[in-house]
Design a protein around this ligand. Structure first.
Ligand code: UTP
Length: 296
């Protein structure tokens, strides 16, 4: 397939779809944004925003919905709090709080109905202004030496085109993910030939699943605007990418790092334990609790 895309300038914009209802985390997500649940002492979403900034994308748009206003408040300046901390000369805490709002340039757009991930991405079209852009699904939290979005952008800069993060999942779990069919080259980069959202075990073309990081071509927008309804009755990003494959290259890399699916209670709990174990003050607390249980 001849590519119409030449090697590209860097990606500087990132889109965060955060308008989902978080039903797997009910009842807490009835009124609290899933993205604001704590991972140790910071909300889940802050890990994704830091990853974007580390990857050179400090221009961010969040596609939000009802019950998500606390995300906006979190990244806004907190004048009263900052004044109080300054008055009390709590400099370290002041710096920490001040950095949150200074970290990135964040805009917000509402997805009025949760019609699916693809539809949420479409809501950010004007922000992307015809450029390639990153997409971060903040439920997927990565612990990695090199930010996973940065790993994807490196491939985009070298080869052009769209890039997705891949993980080999157990075959029994393929129906939870978008799954690709691909050819792997000598550098371990997948040229994606086909993809399918949430296939059954028998029809899955592989066990390489797309995880929540993408560098997307702006050509995705007209395809999303066609409004095809796919798996789960939602407008799926995977379906639009499958059509994109016909005209532009789509690459995949098995990211280097460890992923926690914080959209589920188990994944969120595991991430909290793992992160607490890396914190010198919290590690003894976790180990003590486990030890106490062993001795019961
Ligand atoms: P998920 O399906 O994993 O998240 O969507 P969800 O809908 O919030 O949670 P469950 O499945 O009900 O528990 C993947 C990503 O797409 C966003 C979600 O916020 C999440 O970041 N999304 C999904 C939207 O922004 N809008 C939608 O209509 C659907």
């Amino acid at each position: 397939m001849a590519s119409s895309i030449s090697t590209s300038a860097s990606v500087t914009k990132c889109l965060f779809p955060v308008a989902g209802l978080g039903t797997r985390f009910l009842p807490v997500t009835k009124e609290i944004a899933k993205e604001m649940l704590p991972l140790v002492n910071r909300p889940i979403i802050s890990y994704g925003v830091e990853e974007a900034v580390e990857s050179g994308c400090s221009n961010i748009i969040m596609i939000t919905g009802r019950t998500k206003r606390s995300i906006e408040d979190y990244f806004d300046t907190s004048f009263e709090l900052e004044t109080l901390l300054k008055t009390r000369r709590q400099t370290e805490l002041y710096d920490k709080i001040q950095k949150i709002s200074a970290m990135a340039n964040i805009l917000y757009a509402r997805q009025s109905k949760p019609l699916g991930l693809g539809h949420a991405v479409l809501c950010g079209e004007s922000f992307c202004q015809g450029e390639f852009f990153g997409v971060i699904l903040p439920d997927d939290v990565f612990v990695a030496d090199v930010a996973v979005m940065k790993q994807l952008i490196a491939v985009h800069e070298e080869r052009g085109g769209t890039v997705v993060a891949l993980e080999e999942v157990p075959r029994g779990e393929v129906s939870r993910y978008g799954i690709v069919r691909s050819e792997i080259d000598g550098n371990g980069i997948h040229r994606i030939l086909d993809m399918v959202e949430k296939p059954s075990l028998d029809t899955a073309p592989s066990n390489y699943a797309i995880m929540g990081r993408y560098v997307l071509s702006p050509s995705i927008f007209p395809l999303l605007a066609e409004g095809h309804v796919g798996a789960g009755g939602e407008i799926q990003l995977t379906d639009a990418m499958k059509r994109l494959l016909k005209t532009e290259p789509v690459w995949g890399i098995v990211y280097k790092g460890k992923r926690f699916d914080c959209g589920t209670q188990k994944g969120w709990l595991a991430a909290n334990i793992e992160l607490a174990l890396t914190d010198p003050e919290l590690r003894p607390v976790v180990l003590q609790v486990v030890e106490d249980h062993r001795n019961r």
